[in-house]
Write a protein that binds this ligand. Structure first.
Ligand code: GLN
Ligand code: ZN
Length: 781
């Protein structure tokens, strides 16, 4: 009999109940007990929703982040919060979010505003006397989930505190849940953390393992049989010491009185397959969505007593599973393995929205192609029944599933021959500027007539309460399109007037009309759909609602031209057109599983190219194409970077490089770690790149210096994550450092990122200082 089980469930709640409970607690509007009660309610509901599975994850619930939970479980608290006398949950939130000296939270929101978490370290206010710095935050493998980075030093020691986990386990057992506790594995835990003193994290393994051993004893004492230990590190390239660490860890834990299911996901085991197969554990889970080809070779390596758990339902996308295809593939394996075969989603369902049934506005056809977490569990139960009782037992359900799969495969909403033909016609010339940068630059200079150290901003100005209100009234139908347009135009005019007053050189329209830099474009492109409740946790209480790229992409009409034209009509200074690039649109969406990502990206590139050319035809001389998420899309394995970067850069070039020499193309990226991708960044051939550098004190420009980056650069001089207003002197100092690395005539002066999350009263003085700094630099040049 095949065992069916789940690896993890979204904790945020179908209606984001956890988000609202957390935020109300943080604001002091509800008590700790109320928050705890909401947590218990959600866990109970989620366990009920997983009823019928043979094993249900326990311990996957978290008030902020499962990695931070692990740090607390292991007693690895950052030095700065040790010895805290107050409430333990409060201390947990101090690490999660930081605390300013005044007692408020120190963490500012990310620049994505409506919710795009970025791959960079998360926003922190400078540490203050009695304040607590938030833990650093970074991307969880190749997902858009962000975890709090464990902090280590050479003398980190661990002390198990299993109280939280055991309480949840007791809760589950009392509710009759077939509990399988889930733990983050020791090797991955060390690997994804940071040694603050640059010591060797692996040296801590020997200290860490006793805590795990002790924990497994405690779980066994509760009657637990199986424990899931997540080691996604096994799908990445490992050097010898890390491979060895896996052996050391699991040989030490092998005497534990529980059975260990070692869970790997997000990719392929490849050269780690032998290692993974032979670790002394009772079972191994692999991601059969990403690594289907790896399953048979793995089976040949797997000792005959071990359970093999196959992740056959994608935990990373929102598509219905082709159940018949899965059965065709799995049935022979079930024959061969019998009891030893388990099936599950490929990874935790944390990365998909909760319940498709809540969606009222998706049309029925599209809805019939989709599955969120609850629907994926239904699929799992169905597969389980088919494997145990035969396909006849679930004939009607399988037929309905097959009909939906076929409908999607042949739908004309998905397949647009004209788009496919256009993609097939793409050739190298499409991404090629007419002349090299050295020839274009003087033409642009002659047309734009900018001073040295030109000043600009990254695109958005504050999204004021007024803007948000007008948008929600328009969406609710309380104001009409004309009134909405007038309201947005008034905001654009305000932005333009403020920028003229400030004396900026290249202006922006301010993006008032954009709710979100992906959604705004997705809503206007054919081939994209939007959900009402398709929220996925990004970090803490923050969620994103990725649009669904379901079909061939085309652009029925211009998307931004009227707004930019309006802004340009207000001023003689150049207005910079503002677009989101294809790679970012792709990386922040749920994308198709029926064609390679590269193909979807090329379709997006062609659509954005049309917009770029329309802006140029409307007289816009400077066009910025944001690629905030280009780096985020890097594959987990270095060996796959080259292929990704090749098509990502190609797509940027396609969307940007059809313009004439005198049109200046900008791109913007929300980070500054470019060392390992410098050739690709240069390959994009944007005339100007603006990046985030203010917090790195310009050191991250070293990559550009070493590479001898040939085009213009705007290194951010104003940390938009912080409410602090940079002084003129500070900006001048930063720019001097920049000029030590990049020739001054190729430098721009601009903030780190868009200003939509800030207030006008912060933005104005900061930009005033920025413009003053540019003038000082010019005077000294
Ligand atoms: N143009 C966008 C803005 O200013 C860029 C945002 C981003 O890079 N995340 O808001
Ligand atoms: Zn940015």
């Amino acid at each position: 009999m095949t065992t069916i089980h789940n690896l993890g469930f979204p904790r945020i709640g179908a209606r984001r109940e956890l988000k609202f409970a957390l935020e109300s607690y943080w604001k002091g509007e509800s008590t700790r007990d109320e928050l705890q009660a909401e947590g218990a309610r959600l866990r109970q509901r989620h366990w009920q929703e997983q009823a019928g599975l043979d094993l249900v994850p326990v311990g996957d619930f978290s008030f902020y982040d499962q990695v931070l939970d692990t740090s607390f479980l292991l007693g690895n608290l950052p030095q700065r919060v040790r010895g805290f006398q107050g409430d333990a949950l409060d201390n947990y939130f101090r690490v999660a979010r930081g605390r300013s000296a005044q007692g408020g939270q120190a963490q500012a929101s990310c620049c994505g505003g409506a919710g795009h978490g970025h791959g960079h370290d998360h926003a922190q206010a400078p540490s203050q006397a009695e304040g607590v710095k938030a833990g650093e935050m970074t991307k969880w493998f190749d997902t858009n989930y962000h975890y709090i980075v464990p902090e280590f030093t050479a003398d980190t020691r661990f002390a198990l505190d299993a109280s939280r986990l055991l309480a949840q386990l007791d809760e589950a057992l009392a509710q009759g849940v077939k509990a399988k506790p889930v733990l983050l594995g020791p090797v991955t835990y060390l690997a994804i953390g940071k040694a603050k003193d640059h010591s060797d994290r692996l040296a801590l393994l020997a200290h860490l393992l006793p805590a795990y051993a002790q924990l497994l004893e405690l779980l066994a004492a509760r009657g637990v049989q199986w424990v899931q230990i997540d080691e996604p590190l096994l799908v990445t390239e490992l050097d010898a010491p890390w491979q060895h660490a896996f052996n050391e860890a699991y040989h030490q834990l092998k005497t534990a009185p529980v059975k260990i299911l070692l869970a790997t996901y997000f990719g392929q085991l490849q050269e780690n397959a032998w290692l993974a197969a032979n670790l002394p554990v009772a079972g191994l889970h692999i991601d059969a969505i990403n690594d289907r080809e790896g399953v048979l070779p793995l089976l040949n390596l797997l000792p005959a007593h071990k359970v093999l758990s196959l992740g056959v339902i994608s935990g990373r996308n929102i598509w219905k599973t082709d159940l018949t295809a899965v059965l065709d593939w799995v049935e022979p394996l079930a024959q061969r393995l019998g009891q030893r075969l388990w099936i599950a989603p490929s990874c935790s369902l944390l990365h998909v929205p909760v319940d498709l049934a809540q969606e009222q506005r998706l049309d029925a056809e599209l809805q019939s192609w989709l599955a969120f977490a609850l629907q994926k569990l239904d699929e799992l139960r169905l597969l389980g029944r088919a494997l145990r009782e035969g396909r006849e037992a679930v004939q009607a359900e399988l037929a309905a599933n097959a009909a939906a799969i076929t409908a999607r495969r042949i739908s004309l909403r998905v397949h647009n021959p004209a788009v496919k033909a256009a993609v097939a016609r793409i050739d190298a010339a499409l991404g090629q500027r007419a002349s090299p940068y050295g020839e274009r630059a003087p033409r642009q200079a002659a047309w734009l007539r900018l001073p040295p150290f030109p000043t600009t901003t990254i695109g958005s100005f504050p999204q004021t309460a007024g803007i948000r209100q007008a948008r929600s009234e328009f969406k609710a139908g309380r104001i009409d399109a004309g009134a909405y347009q007038r309201a947005m135009r008034a905001e654009i005019e305000r932005s333009v007037r403020e920028q003229e007053q400030l004396g900026l050189d290249v202006l922006v329209h301010g993006e008032a009309e954009r709710n979100d830099m992906v959604e705004y474009f997705g809503e206007q492109l054919d081939g994209y759909a939007f959900t009402e409740f398709g929220w996925v946790q990004s970090y803490g209480s923050r969620c994103v609602k990725p649009p669904i790229l379901f079909g061939d992409i085309s652009r029925p009409r211009a998307m931004t031209v009227e707004w930019i034209r309006y802004a340009q009509s207000l001023t003689d200074r150049p207005i910079k057109g503002m677009l989101t690039g294809p790679v970012t649109l792709l990386n922040w969406s749920f994308v198709r599983d029926d064609q390679p990502r590269a193909v979807s990206c090329r379709q997006l590139a062609l659509a954005i190219r049309q917009e770029t050319l329309d802006l140029e035809a409307a007289g816009v001389g400077v066009i910025q194409i944001d690629e905030a998420a280009l780096r985020e899309g890097l594959p987990l394995r270095r060996a796959q970077w080259k292929a990704y970067l090749e098509w990502a850069v190609e797509c940027f070039r396609i969307c940007a490089n059809g313009v004439q020499d005198r049109t200046q193309i900008h791109t913007h990226m929300c980070y500054s770690e470019f060392n390992d991708i410098m050739a690709s960044i240069a390959g994009m051939d944007a005339d100007v790149i603006t990046i985030e550098t203010s917090r790195s004190d310009m050191e991250l420009l070293d990559a550009f210096e070493h590479f001898q980056y040939p085009n213009e650069i705007g290194p951010g001089v104003y940390d938009i994550h912080s409410p602090n207003i940079p002084s003129e002197a500070h900006i001048v100092q930063l720019m001097r450092k920049a000029a030590e690395r990049v020739p001054a005539q190729r430098l721009w002066v601009n903030p780190d990122c868009g200003l939509k999350t800030r207030q006008w009263q912060e933005v104005l003085p900061a930009l005033r200082n920025m413009v003053a700094a540019a003038k000082t630099l010019r005077a000294q040049a």
